[in-house]
Write a protein that binds this ligand. Structure first.
Ligand code: ADP
Ligand code: MG
Length: 819
């Protein structure tokens, strides 16, 4: 079990983003990637964090943490190489919106190659190191999926409906008729890669950038075999898929369900299905259906997603704020992919596995046997050993054969191309074309001796033995890349012209020997040179100019006329077909254009719906916030109402208290008043008979005496004025108290009464009442000390009163006392 490894890589700003003055929204710290939402209002959480197996910071080359192509290869690519050598299948795919750096990471520019070239180079380097112990066989295929059609990027032509995808009962899905190219060195892989990329580019310019809408799968099939420890055979086959996906903005596969899925399916079924497959696998529901077969991409990569493979995903992202939503969607997609669990197993050859298992059993049996001989175990052991031996021999034989074929294939470059098998060689050679022998089958290729003569004839011992020729018919001499045919004893012709002297032969020359044999001369180096110079020689042109003035025999001339007619017909037919093809391409381009417009419209619609949804979400959040505030306010209101009720109750109590106090005071005031009246009557009675009013002496006090008439100071009027007289200070105070109470009652009855004002009134009332009590206490005190200790309401016939003038002077209040 192994989870899919996920890496994220952020690229530098591109020119467009720089021109726009884009702001960076990606931060990375170790394995963590943070995306910041700059459009959020302050106070909101404006970022999201993700953790991946690797977060590659390729934003600013001058940064010390900058991740180079080298580093990405060291951490991801070497793992792919190691997996292949251990016998596991491996897959590395790049996901992200168009222009996010998928191709840069996978292929890279020539001066800074990406993962695919580095992985291939590392694999061949390792093979070179270990070639002593093991033999290897690597083939390459390169395909593109566009609009659910598979195109072979390494084939010279493709069927218009695309190649068909089939499923092998044991080996799973495969592309039928896809060309597989045997490669023996890194240069060869590089050539094929370049050829495939060129094919992809050509298609891209013709069909307004299909590369952003097509998926490219580069596959290495890596087979290794050899004898391990104790001569144990080992043979494994690994498939390494290196995938550059279409731009993810073409279909938001993340939450692809319902209508969105339908829309997406038209845009890029493979990408949408990939999203669904990842979601289904990430949810890990047992027995849940995984829709691999819904799209070509997922069907072909079935093993890489949740199956027998070690898989790595690289999510390529842009750093710019304008790509925020696409980048967030890519990060979410990648985050989900982390949860896919694969079951990689070593893809061992079934026979090799059997041999290994037999060996293990043999060891076990040998252990069981121990010291004494047990006949049954011994018999079993012998049987197993025999079987193991024969299987090993069989395997070794098969492997030797494979090796021999491989070596031959490598020399000849036998490769499959679609339905055909191309026999290629990098050395000059002759290919036999049997004209007469209708029963001959197979194609024969004769290599010419390097820098020397190749003798052709019927004689045994000739380099090339051909029946029906003269024993030493002719010689082909190869020197410094130039081939010359020299007839010896037999009839020879070059391109239909008989020759008796040495003639130079060149790429594509047809050599006639005797009456029956025709051989074609191929010189791959010369062919390459001609291709480079852009010189394509058709056979008709060869015949057209150079041979017109030669003296041809009649048969040959007729042949020539016939050939020319055929050539003309061929040219005409070719022209018509080209015309037809151009028309079809034009129509296809138009259809593509319409499709593209429709896609853009749908994409626009999708974005609008998404924006609307976001807006709604925001509104809902606002509403929730408002509701929360209303609830809080209601709670506060209830709290206040409770407090008001409490205050009301307090006020009610206070009002009652005040009322009681008022009544009590009223009673007391009346009683006091009466007592005052009585006292006044008694005082005036006493004074009337005994003295007259006069100013006080300078002494501190006066004493009343029967023999000496005394004056009482101050006079009535003064007493009255100071508020202590008959309309006494007590009375005035009582009036003020009553008035204050009245004020409070009025205020209490007033619904809009101001609480503070009320409190002030109450405070004032309390102050007045305190004053009243003070006064009362004073007055009570003045009546204290006499023999009878009279209260304020003394009888009229009481002893005379002493008025202390110093007290008057000092406190401007009277202290009345009775001696
Ligand atoms: P995609 O394949 O995802 O559409 P490309 O790989 O073509 O995107 O990248 C778009 C552009 O960004 C290219 O010009 C490429 O050179 C540049 N680019 C992408 N990634 C990087 C990187 N890590 N460093 C420098 N340039 C990059
Ligand atoms: Mg690309």
């Amino acid at each position: 079990m192994a989870s899919v490894k996920v890496a994220v890589r952020v690229r530098p700003f591109n020119q467009r983003e720089l021109d726009m003055g884009a702001k960076a929204v990606i931060r990375m710290d170790g394995k963590k990637t943070r995306i910041v939402n700059l459009s959020k209002t302050a106070g909101d959480v404006g970022f999201k964090d993700f953790t991946f197996d690797h977060s590659y910071w390729s934003f600013e080359p001058s940064d010390p943490d900058f991740a180079t192509q080298e580093q990405v290869f060291e951490e991801l690519g070497t793992e792919v190489v190691a997996s292949a050598f251990e016998g596991y299948n491996a897959c590395l795919f790049a996901y992200g919106q168009t222009g996010s750096g998928k191709t840069f990471t996978m292929t890279g520019p020539p001066d800074d190659p990406g993962l695919i070239p580095r992985i291939c180079e590392a694999m061949f380097g390792k093979m070179q190191e270990e070639q002593e112990d093991k033999n290897y066989r690597v083939d390459v295929s390169y395909l593109e999926i566009y609009n659910e059609k598979v195109r072979d990027l390494l084939a010279s032509s493709n069927p218009s409906g695309g190649l068909r995808v089939r499923e092998h009962p044991r080996q799973g899905p495969y592309v039928s008729d896809l060309s597989h190219h045997l490669v023996t060195c890194y240069d060869h892989v590089a050539q094929l890669m370049e050829r495939g990329n060129r094919a992809r580019c050509t298609a891209a310019t013709n069909m307004n950038d299909t590369s952003s809408r097509s998926h490219a799968i580069f596959t290495l099939t890596f087979r290794q075999a050899g004898l391990g420890a104790e001569g144990l055979p080992c043979e494994t086959t690994s498939k390494v898929h290196l995938v550059d996906l279409a731009g993810s903005e073409r279909a938001d596969a993340t939450g692809a369900t319902g209508q969105r899925l339908k829309e997406g399916a038209h845009i890029n079924k493979s990408l949408v299905t990939l999203g669904s497959v990842i979601s289904a696998l990430a949810e890990k529901r047992v027995g849940s259906f995984v829709p691999y077969r819904d799209a070509v991409l997922t069907w072909l990569l079935k093993d890489s997603l949740g199956g027998n493979s070690k898989t790595i995903m690289v999510a390529a992202i842009s750093p710019a704020d304008c790509n925020y939503s696409e980048t967030l969607s890519t990060l979410r997609y990648a985050n989900r992919a982390k949860n896919i669990v694969n079951q990689p197993t070593v893809n061992e050859d079934p026979n090799v596995r059997l041999i290994r298992e037999l060996r293990e059993e043999i060891y076990k049996l040998r252990g069981l046997l121990g010291e004494e001989t047990q006949p049954k175990v011994l018999a079993e052991l012998q049987q197993k050993e025999a079987k193991e031996k024969s299987l090993t021999a069989e395997w070794a034989e098969k492997w030797r054969e494979t090796q021999a074929i491989l070596r031959e294939q490598q020399a000849l470059g036998l490769r499959k191309a679609g339905r055909g098998v191309v026999l290629d060689s990098d050395r000059p050679h002759l290919v036999a074309i049997d004209q007469d022998d209708r029963l001959s089958t197979g194609v024969t290729l004769y290599h010419l001796n390097r820098n020397g003569d190749t003798v052709i004839g019927a004689a045994e011992g000739s380099d090339i033995v051909l029946p029906g020729l003269e024993p030493h018919h002719c010689i082909v001499t190869l020197k410094d890349g130039i081939a010359v045919l020299t007839p010896k004893n037999g009839y020879c012709s070059v391109d239909g012209l008989a020759t008796e002297t040495s003639s130079r032969i060149s790429q594509g020359s047809l050599i006639g020997l005797g009456r029956a044999h025709v051989l074609r001369y191929n010189d791959p180096a010369e062919a390459a040179q001609l291709r480079k110079e852009g010189r394509v020689m058709s056979r008709s042109s060869l015949f057209g100019g150079s041979t017109s003035d030669l003296n041809l025999n009649v048969e040959e001339r007729e042949l020539e006329t016939e050939r020319r007619r055929l050539a003309r017909e061929y040219e005409e037919r070719k022209r018509q077909l080209d015309e037809e093809r151009r028309r079809l391409e034009e129509r296809q381009r138009e259809a593509e254009e319409q499709l593209r417009l429709r896609e853009e419209k749908l994409e626009e619609q999708r974005r609008r719906i998404e924006n609307k949804k976001e807006e709604e979400l925001e509104k809902r959040e606002e509403l929730q916030e408002l509701e929360k505030r209303v609830v809080e306010r209601l709670a506060t209101l209830q709290e206040r109402q409770k407090r008001v009720a409490e205050l009301d109750a307090q006020l009610e109590a206070a009002r009652e208290e005040v009322e009681t106090a008022r009544l009590a005071l009223k009673e007391r005031t009346e009683a006091e008043l009466q007592a005052m009246h009585k006292r006044r009557a008694s005082l005036s009675l006493a004074l009337n008979g005994r003295g007259r009013l006069g100013p006080p002496s300078s002494d501190d006090s006066f004493h009343t005496a029967t023999d000496q008439p005394q004056t009482l100071w101050p006079p009535d009027s003064a007493l009255s004025d100071s508020g202590l007289g008959l309309a006494s200070p007590g009375e005035a105070l009582a009036r003020k108290v009553a008035q204050q109470k009245e004020k409070i009652l009025t205020a209490l009855e007033d619904e809009n009464c101001d609480k503070e004002a009320l409190n002030d009134h109450i405070a004032h009332l309390q102050e007045l009442q305190r004053e009243q009590i003070r006064l009362e206490t004073k007055m009570n005190g003045n009546f204290k000390g006499g023999p009878a200790r009279r209260p304020l309401e003394a009888e009229v016939d009481e002893p005379p009163i002493t008025v202390r003038a110093n007290a008057f002077r000092r406190h401007s209040a009277f202290e009345l006392s009775s001696p």
